[in-house]
Design a protein around this ligand. Structure first.
Ligand SMILES: Nc1ncnc2c1ncn2[C@@H]1O[C@H](COP(=O)(O)OP(=O)(O)O)[C@@H](O)[C@H]1O
Ligand SMILES: O=C(OP(=O)(O)O)[C@H](O)COP(=O)(O)O
Ligand SMILES: [Mg+2]
Length: 395
């Protein structure tokens, strides 16, 4: 990659604006359920703090609508957790480029840290707006990208902010460096059979990568919410399941193009409400009753996917098979995770929520690599370049 690294620049007494991915999973009390995205940014954070830099951290969390009541998307819990991990005070600005942010950035002393409020509370972030980016860039002497999980995005903080830094240094952080190096090696020349497993809730994002994955992998297994868009494409009944109607034609094309490489669930575990306590029924795919929604792959699918994993030499997995946070709808994700843990295949599990699932099952040590990026690792697998990295200074 040969990009200038945070280790290459003198940060002492300088303001460093670091883009991190603190998009951590939260429960309904806004408690962090898996803090690895914060933990994994610590080497870059410490590198600045220990050398007397003044650190400004910025991140998004979730997908809030700018201007709405977004308190549940606040980064305050992440700032608090960072303070606990570092064992020192971490300031939190209640806005992103407003008065509080400006005051707390100005008040930073050497070795100090401030976390800005969620970038996506500002409409300029998703739009890549230059004026918004200019305000963030003006806070700092050095820009650092250590947000691997967001590297496939071209949001303002990822591209327009480094562009707005002008001749000031724009460097890569240790996590981004590490993930890119590892994933390039592991998936550059995969041992076969090479199986990709896709699930989760970001249907419209992830359905787009399947076409490319079909050209790279030997099997692409589908679970999670995405399965129901495929069911609909096959003329099946999906009840109240999460579907992306405007992706049904794409799903039809993928089914036609994929042949037996594309593997869809044969059954599904459904509930009549989005809750672990709901009434439940297991049905064949495409036969979901009107009042029910699919919340997990069914047991037959879990068995089939576990066997395909057992036969694989490389497995890349992004996106839980079901709503694993809500037992018993964790069963499908757990079955696939157990099969991966028991196999000798090189296994890469990516994504904020997939990583949380692996942590919840206590299987971190049984897989080859847990990546902090889901969509980002899939982009790498597709061979996409990251604009957010290209824009950084070369060594
Ligand atoms: N059938 C389903 N219906 C609704 N949500 C689902 C379903 N299956 C999985 N999910 C949800 O998908 C979320 C994770 O999706 P995503 O962000 O795409 O994965 P990752 O963070 O691993 O990349 C989880 O919170 C999980 O509850
Ligand atoms: O959680 C993330 O990606 P992931 O769910 O694919 O792991 C990143 O923080 C990117 O978030 P986004 O997909 O809302 O841009
Ligand atoms: Mg996620």
């Amino acid at each position: 990659m040969a990009k200038l690294s945070i280790a290459d620049v003198d940060v002492s007494g300088k303001k460093v604006l670091m883009r991190v991915d603190f998009n951590v999973p939260l429960d309904d009390k806004c408690e962090i359920t898996d803090d690895r995205r914060i933990e994994m940014a610590i080497p870059s954070i410490k590198s600045v703090v220990d050398r007397g830099g003044q650190l400004i951290l910025m991140s998004h969390l979730g997908r809030p609508e700018p201007g709405a009541d977004n308190s549940k998307y606040s980064l305050a819990p992440a700032a608090k957790r960072l303070g606990e991990i570092l064992g020192k005070e971490v300031a939190f600005a209640t806005d992103t480029v407003g008065e509080d942010a400006a005051a707390k950035v100005a008040a930073l002393t050497d070795g100090g840290v401030v976390v800005l409020e969620n970038l996506r509370f500002e409409k300029g972030e998703k739009k890549g707006d230059a004026e918004f980016a200019g305000k963030l860039a003006a806070f700092a002497d050095i820009y650092c990208n250590d947000a691997f999980g967001t590297c496939h995005r071209t949001d303002a903080s990822m591209v327009a902010v480094p562009e707005a830094m002008g001749s000031k240094p724009k460097v890569v952080g240790f996590l981004v460096e590490k993930e890119i190096t590892y994933l390039s090696d592991a998936i550059g020349n995969p041992k076969r059979p090479f199986v990709a497993i896709l699930g989760g809730a970001k249907v419209s994002d992830k359905i787009m990568v399947i076409k490319n994955l079909l050209g790279i992998c030997d099997k692409v297994l589908i679970g999670g919410a995405m399965a129901y868009t495929f069911s609909l494409a096959q003329g099946g009944k999906v009840g109240k399941s999460l579907v992306e109607k405007d992706k049904v034609d794409l799903a039809k094309e993928l089914i036609a193009a994929g042949g037996d490489k594309l593997v869809l669930p044969v059954d599904t575990h459904c509930g009549d409400a989005f809750s672990g306590d709901c009434n439940k029924v297991t049905v064949k795919s495409g036969e979901i009753p009107d009042d029910f929604e699919g919340l997990d792959i069914g047991p037959e699918t879990a068995k089939m996917y576990a066997q395909l994993v057992t036969d694989a030499k490389t497995v890349v997995w992004n996106g839980p098979m079901g709503v694993f946070e809500m037992p018993p709808f964790d069963a499908g994700t757990r079955a696939v995770a157990d099969a991966i843990a028991a196999s000798d295949a090189i296994s890469i599990i990516g994504g904020g929520d997939s990583a949380a699932a692996i942590g919840q099952f206590g299987l971190d040590d049984k897989v080859t690599h847990v990546s902090t990026g889901g969509g980002a690792s899939l982009s790498m697998l597709e061979g996409q370049a990251f604009k957010a990295v290209d824009v950084l200074d070369d060594k």
